[in-house]
Write a protein that binds this ligand. Sequence first.
Ligand SMILES: Nc1ncnc2c1ncn2[C@@H]1O[C@H](COP(=O)(O)OP(=O)(O)OP(=O)(O)O)[C@@H](O)[C@H]1O
Ligand SMILES: [Mg+2]
Length: 328
Amino acid sequence: MNMKTAFVGKGGSGKTTLSSLFVRHLATTGSPVVAVDADINQHLGPALGLSDTEARRLPAMGDHLGLIKDYLRGSNPRIASAETMIKTTPPGEGSRLLRVREDNPVYEACARPVELDGDTVRLMATGSFTEADLGVACYHSKTGAVELCLNHLVDGRDEYVVVDMTAGSDSFASGMFTRFDITFLVAEPTRKGTSVYRQYKEYARDFGIDLKVVGNKVQGQDDIDFLKDEVGDDLLLTFGHSDWVRAMEKGRPPRFERLEDENRRALRTLQETVDASYARRDWERYTEQMVHFHLKNAQSWGNERTGADLAAQVDPAFVLREAETATA
Ligand SMILES: Nc1ncnc2c1ncn2[C@@H]1O[C@H](COP(=O)(O)OP(=O)(O)OP(=O)(O)O)[C@@H](O)[C@H]1O
Ligand SMILES: [Mg+2]
């Protein structure tokens, strides 16, 4: 199966923790994994066991936006220059696509291998966010680099892309929230936790988003009942407090196989849910949605910002889809 998975939720809910546990779980299955840290608080590296020094040395995708754009636009005649390529510019004929397993200049610049119990995964990180990134400065947004990569990614069989991300207004405006086969909304059993769910659900409604709630830090039946009352059938499963996670936070990560049985079971269910979403994947809809958001962004700020008519970047005949054989 080949899947793009996002973990979103309120600050502190456990997005990074559950993303990292899921990545660790996938690594034990031997499937290729690209983990992407697009969260405001850049913690995925340490959660995957990197030391502070190693985490600091991770390249920031935001610093390589020029390279990413130039590589992806390839020889696409509709995209005259990297300067006119915005985060929503869709691929078309001549564009270069990204594959999970290949080596390419984007990974070379932006991805680093992380060794886990089981296998090595690729880690990419947006880099720290500044005030400007959190505002309406769409042009320079850090997550734009991630969005461009997702829009040019043709993930093949048995490959996983896991994104730890913030459910901010930026991802709704740019359409980034529509770039996933499945979205796990991490919620603690609190009213604040579930209000983020309701907001997300509202945005997601018109776009056929597969949204599941993953309860976290759940302590008993009352917590589970609360989540069920608040989110109904969208509640997929819950994680309890984990001593394994606590030990990792203390810088003493036990081997992954020592993770509590119930939490391991929950990770397997996450994978089954991700795998099952493959049947619902629709490349045409995926491409249409990126065009929809590109036209919206072109009109609201992109055209003015670049001085070009960005609607002309859309290649009407192009549909992003899986390649049977990987070619460069
Ligand atoms: N199931 C769990 N068991 C024990 N501790 C947990 C669990 N889930 C999360 N935590 C702890 O809660 C804190 C917040 O978790 P985490 O950093 O994953 O949340 P986040 O949603 O990514 O937060 P931020 O918005 O700051 O990025 C961390 O200290 C983490 O270790
Ligand atoms: Mg986080």
